[in-house]
Ligand binder design. Structure first.
Ligand code: DLL
Length: 435
């Protein structure tokens, strides 16, 4: 069954959509120029005024916005609306310093709810479903984003938030949850606790899961689908742009449809800043075409993906981006070799007896960085002979070497010993030289 939430927009012919995008871009650029001093400065120094932007094809003339612009304009400098009109604030934590602050007018909240309802409908969700939201509620956009989306769709929403896994399981069973929304790593944790409790999630009513907010791989998807007995769908978004609801997979599971009537995507080469052709990996750049509070222009997300403009059997005409393969700033350089954590995850998840929990430790105390991978092995193997453990360790080391061309120290650890998180999991830690 093919389900649309807003068929006339989601299946709009591309030419008609371009006209809509062009009109919206003209308006956004004008608002940004007139209301946000940073944009007036950026456009002026690029020798542009709003009349120079006549259509979506002119988007490449516009200057980029970067994370540092949010920091410099902290907290409300990028807002095109007075606080009187802003009914909600969210913020992304970031690792250092002040958070990135975003605001929403009533119309922004409305648009966000539509986009999150689309995500759910893309994954087969309807008003008949029971949606358990296990993303964190609060300043993080995951919880409230999916919550409003679920209500907009007419589903029955359980605002569970992250954590308290045993209770998650109880409600899932008692309330007949059909849709689950959380980070992929938390989905696995739910499965793990279910297993400990002797509960088989595959016997529940779970139908689809909406997983995002952190990188994951196809191999991880298979693990999740097997353990939870549902269709695992990838959803993408970021607070600077709106939160979840920027892009999501349909039941084809063949890339994430970008809701480009609201968020215009470009893929650029992060070094030259020039657009790359479809099918080539690069940095995703997003422009908000309809957002009132922050008319964000060409935001450099640092997320790496590629574009696919081929028609999708689901009928949606939104172009698709590939699963996010990492961030320009989470690439590790170890002994001169570029390493993305997702490459390591893919290798590990293909090996039998390895649990989907691992930690990458980059030790920078020596002259050259060293790579250690801590991997949880399953119960059965751990209680087995040392010989078997040793052969698993060498197998992982050999597979990592064949993919990365790099020798990594592999440490096998007991099941359930690596830290678990209810939200975004941290897969990489650094051990640094003391200052
Ligand atoms: O993580 C919004 C979100 C909530 C998305 C719930 C999906 C589901 P931030 O905290 O601002 O917002 O973090 C945004 O998370 O730039 C990516 O690097 C990463 N990210 C988000 N979704 C995915 C995904 C939310 N599906 C940052 N795959 C983004 C890989 C993702 N990385």
């Amino acid at each position: 069954m093919i389900l649309y939430f807003q068929k006339e927009l989601e299946c709009e012919p591309p030419d008609q959509r371009r006209e809509r995008q062009s009109e919206r871009l003209r308006q956004t650029v004008r608002r940004a120029y007139e209301r946000v001093p940073l944009y007036r400065r950026k456009l002026s120094s690029a020798g542009l005024n709003p009349d120079d932007i006549r259509g979506i094809e002119d988007i490449t003339k516009l200057p980029f916005t970067v994370k540092d612009d949010f920091r410099a304009e902290y907290p409300f400098g990028l807002f095109a609306e007075p606080l009187d009109n802003v009914i909600r604030l969210h913020a992304s934590s970031g690792t250092t310093g002040k958070p990135t602050v975003v605001g929403y007018t009533r119309a922004d909240i409305d648009l966000w709810a539509d986009c999150c309802a689309r995500l759910l409908a893309c994954g087969g969700g309807t008003a008949k479903d029971v949606l358990q939201v296990a993303y964190g509620y609060g300043l993080f956009t995951g919880g409230l984003g999916l919550h409003y989306g679920g209500e907009r769709l007419g589903a029955t929403v359980i605002p569970m938030s992250g954590g308290n896994t045993k209770k998650q399981l109880m409600l899932m069973q008692d309330f007949g949850t059909t849709l689950l929304a959380c980070t992929p790593s938390y989905a696995l944790q739910i499965a793990e606790v279910a297993h400990e409790e002797g509960m088989d999630l595959r016997l529940l009513k779970l139908k689809a899961g909406f997983f995002g907010a952190e990188p994951w791989t196809e191999e991880m998807r298979r693990q999740i689908e097997m353990r939870l007995g549902l269709k695992a769908l990838d959803i993408y978004g970021l607070s600077e742009v709106i939160g979840p609801g920027v892009a999501g997979e349909c039941l084809e599971q063949a890339g994430l449809h970008v809701f480009e009537d609201h968020f215009y995507p470009e893929i650029i080469d992060p070094k030259t800043c020039r657009p790359v052709p479809d099918g080539t990996y690069g940095e995703l750049v997003l422009t908000c075409l309809t957002r009132e509070t922050i008319p964000l222009l060409r935001y450099r997300t640092r997320d790496i993906t590629k574009m696919d403009s081929a028609p999708c059997p689901c009928g949606r005409t939104f172009r698709r981006i590939a699963r996010l393969s990492g961030r320009t700033d989470d690439m590790l350089i170890i002994r001169g070799v570029n390493v993305f954590p997702s490459q390591i995850e893919s290798v590990l998840m293909r090996i039998e007896h390895v649990e989907p929990n691992y930690l990458i430790v980059v030790d920078r105390t020596g002259v050259m960085a060293d790579l250690e991978i801590k991997v949880e092995v399953n119960e059965r193997l751990f209680s087995d002979e040392i010989r078997k453990l040793e052969s698993l360790r060498s197998r992982i080391a050999a597979d990592v070497y064949s993919v990365l061309g790099l020798h990594a120290k592999i440490t096998l650890v007991e099941p359930r010993t690596l830290e678990r998180a209810a939200g975004k999991v941290q897969r990489v830690v650094f051990v640094d030289r003391k200052a």
